[in-house]
Design a protein around this ligand. Sequence first.
Ligand code: 9YT
Length: 134
Amino acid sequence: MIVRHLDGIKGTAREVEAPNWVSRRLLLTGDKMGFSLHETTIFAGTETHICYRNHLEAVYCIEGEGEVETVADGKIHRIVPGVLYALDRHDEHFLRAHTRMRMVCVFNPALTGREVHDENGVYPLVAEAAGEDA
Ligand code: 9YT
């Protein structure tokens, strides 16, 4: 059995920081669970353009307030604690944090932990050519 506490992840390679967020990876590919599980803090006042071409992601808000705009239809969804959004169509979207937000994120397939090395706050669509999301 795998048992981990967030405090044991902070300051290790499982903690990845980008300009708009910091993500602590509780489970990654190497844990062989078939998905990865992250706690991600989105910094207040940020807007992040995201499009995961190769992964499905579910995001559950546990703290803070913001919105997600889906690019295809221009719809804006208010995000508060208790709201889940699932990118079941690899939806291109903008995530805007009105306050600092804490999200629990699940990726299928699991992230390896390498995906954000070239990340600069935006998940570029060109990244799909490299077979990674960012
Ligand atoms: C909510 C979201 O997708 N934020 C971007 C970071 C991502 N969750 C990650 O790489 O952990």
